[in-house]
Design a protein around this ligand. Structure first.
Ligand SMILES: Nc1ncnc2c1ncn2[C@@H]1O[C@H](COP(=O)(O)OP(=O)(O)O)[C@@H](O)[C@H]1O
Ligand SMILES: [Mg+2]
Length: 375
């Protein structure tokens, strides 16, 4: 049976809502359309407010849970219009939602918990469709960290009998999924490699009032400060054993301010600062591969950072593997959650316990039914 479905993703970079339409035929998935819809600046500010302890409160989070859902509805309406999508052919809408807090492994003495907001009933109501949401929570209920979830999708789409493949995503954070040739799902190694675009974006905002360093052009005009780079690469996180993950909690404003101050003391110019921080992202990936991954034949890079030529060049020059930017670098995660939605519908487990630390493989996702019958 042929089925179509919608996948919607918004990541920690807070750049917006990625939407895709996919076709499902048994176990084969095909992307039919993809587009990214930026968040309004006002909404980004509200999400940041709700995500930081000193500015957040329950009223803001409660309201934002609905406001984000309305933003999802608006974006999906635009998508439907733009690609003339016939919603009668769409079986379900899978949404990741916006993470505003993620506290795995009882960090800081709090219960293991995670919160992706964007109220699914609002979306189900707007389109009279089944909505699948809250993909991370069942893994956490099973003792896992609720992340990463994309390795399952990477395995479904990219496993090879002849090549060892590293799928490197550079989003807000960098993360890798390593698929050993001919390996099974339990052979997957996946972890966060360190900073992705988060520090670069932060520095661009502070120094240039821009959201990001387009194609790595500013970094390309600067010189890497080797002394500070070496210092950054001694960061404890990079030597921590697996499994591990990191986030905005670590690469905070304070962390970035310290780096910028250190570089300014070294008389680094603004382009030098961007170059050094971008090099930190690239060389942390290289360092992590050296420590944790042996024998890589091919590195496939995705996420917004795959557009950063400064980073890609460093990877190409320093990794002993073929480094390739993926064609679908921007759409992979939305595609991934649409596929995870299919696993929910088919009632098949889709977490990778060896990666998340869950006690068992479990079925992910909450299903919200369409609110009424058309006839
Ligand atoms: N053309 C580009 N050049 C350099 N960086 C880019 C470009 N386009 C996007 N990015 C970076 O990618 C980020 C978004 O990446 P994305 O994979 O969507 O991350 P997330 O999953 O965290 O939302 C942006 O914040 C920006 O830093
Ligand atoms: Mg994004």
């Amino acid at each position: 049976m042929l089925v179509k479905a919608i996948g919607m993703m918004s990541g920690t970079s807070l750049d917006g809502i990625d939407i895709c339409l996919i076709k499902i035929k048994k176990h084969k998935y095909q992307m039919l359309a993809f587009k990214s819809y930026p968040y309004q600046k006002q909404l980004v500010d509200k999400i940041k407010e709700a995500s930081f302890l000193d500015t957040s409160n329950v009223q803001k989070i409660c309201s934002l849970n609905y406001e984000i859902a309305y933003a999802y509805v608006d974006a999906l309406n635009e998508f439907i219009k733009e690609y003339q999508i016939i919603m009668d052919e769409v079986a379900y809408i899978a949404i990741h939602g916006q993470t505003i807090w993620h506290n795995p492994n009882q960090m800081n003495g709090y219960y293991s918990s995670t919160l992706q907001i964007g109220e699914p009933t609002v979306i189900a109501y707007a389109f009279n469709k089944k909505v699948i949401s809250n993909f991370r929570t069942m893994d956490m209920a099973a003792g896992g960290s609720g992340a990463p979830l994309i390795p399952f999708v990477d395995y479904v789409l990219y496993r090879s009998k002849t090549k060892n493949i590293a799928l490197q995503n550079i989003g807000g954070i960098g993360n890798v999924c390593y698929l050993k040739k001919g390996g099974s799902i339990s052979d997957i190694i996946a972890f966060d490699t360190g900073p992705g675009n988060m520090l670069i974006d932060g520095a661009m905002q502070k120094l240039y009032h821009k959201a990001y360093d387009e194609n790595g052009q500013i970094a390309g005009m600067g010189t890497i400060n080797q002394k500070v780079l070496n210092y950054l690469l001694e960061d404890d996180y990079l030597n921590e054993p697996l499994p591990k993950s990191t986030g905005r909690e670590k690469y905070s404003n304070q962390y970035l301010d310290n780096i910028i101050e250190m570089l300014k003391k070294e008389k680094a110019t603004n382009p030098d600062i961007i170059a050094t921080i971008s090099a930190y992202t690239a060389y942390s990936i290289i360092k992590e591969y050296k420590i944790f991954l042996k024998d890589i034949d091919e590195v496939l890079v995705s996420g917004g950072g795959a557009h950063n030529e400064f980073i890609i060049d460093i990877l190409k020059q320093n990794l002993n593997a073929k480094v390739e930017v993926m064609e679908n670098m921007d759409s992979l995660e939305a595609f991934g959650f649409a596929i995870l939605g299919d696993m929910t519908i088919k009632q098949k487990p889709a977490n990778v316990p060896s990666v998340t630390g869950a006690k068992k493989a479990v079925i992910l996702g909450n299903i919200t039914n369409p609110p009424y019958h058309d006839n």
